[in-house]
Design a protein around this ligand. Structure first.
Ligand code: HPA
Length: 238
């Protein structure tokens, strides 16, 4: 039997772990493999969407880029789940804060992901479905953050198809419904995971705040990111 491959992932027989970390940027995936994984092997280079498998504290862990936006994370996560058997998918990214109390570098866990995307329409439900993260993963990471004294917020984020909005009050209107951060992928990931009966969680560091207009420096981005990777990797303990 030939080794499984898809239009976007061609491991040529290299393993992919059941637990996978999913940064948006493929170079982040390479950085994570180089810095945090032992014995990492590269399993994907199609379209430069780099993916690696290695071990983290003795447990198998993969990491792969997803690109930006719901269409991109949706196709990669679909293939990872349905063709390569991933059962725990953890997005690690950045988000914009929609309330003033979200400080730069704070950690956000997406309990739920509202969206302006039409991706959910394909599931043809008789109402409005709520994309929700795995409580087991969320609870585990939340506890790990608290144990380490890392400020953490969990709640409803919005996965938006637009980074630049035509209307000035777009994010403000979400904030009025208690949505406290914006990013561009999670609702698609949560929908695919739910439809397949697997676990997913998305976590972010706050890279900018749309209310206070603060922005991270490149150095700040790096520190916050390292801390988040270590927290995300704790799901391998489950
Ligand atoms: N919008 C969407 N995604 C983001 C943002 C933003 O302002 N900041 C970080 N990721």
């Amino acid at each position: 039997m030939s080794a499984p491959s898809t239009p976007h992932i061609n491991p040529q027989g290299a393993p992919i772990a059941e637990t996978i970390l999913l940064p948006g940027d493929p170079l982040r995936a390479k950085f994570i493999a180089d810095t945090f994984l032992e014995d990492a092997v590269q399993f994907n280079s199609v379209r430069n969407m780099l993916g690696y498998t290695g071990t983290y504290q003795g447990r198998e862990l993969s990491v792969m880029g997803t690109g930006m936006g719901i269409p991109s994370i949706a196709l990669y996560s679909w293939e990872l789940i349905h063709v390569f058997g991933c059962t725990r998918l953890v997005r690690i990214g950045s988000c914009g804060g929609l309330t003033a109390d979200l400080a730069l570098n704070d950690l956000v866990l997406a309990q739920a992901a509202s969206t302006d995307s039409n991706y959910l329409a394909q599931f043809d439900l008789p109402g409005t479905w709520a994309p929700t993260g795995s409580f087991r993963l969320l609870n585990h990471v939340h506890r790990a953050a608290e144990d380490r004294g890392i400020p953490v917020h969990a709640g409803n984020v919005v996965s938006s198809d637009t980074f630049y909005h035509a209307q000035d009050d777009t994010t403000e209107r979400w904030a009025r419904m208690g949505v406290f951060a914006v990013e561009m992928e999670t609702a698609g990931l949560y929908a695919n995971a739910a439809a397949a009966g697997v676990e997913a969680l998305a976590m972010f560091t706050v890279s900018d705040n749309l209310v206070t207009h603060e922005k991270m420096t490149p150095e700040q981005r790096q520190t916050g990111f390292g801390q988040m990777i270590e927290l995300a990797a704790t799901v391998t303990e489950l």
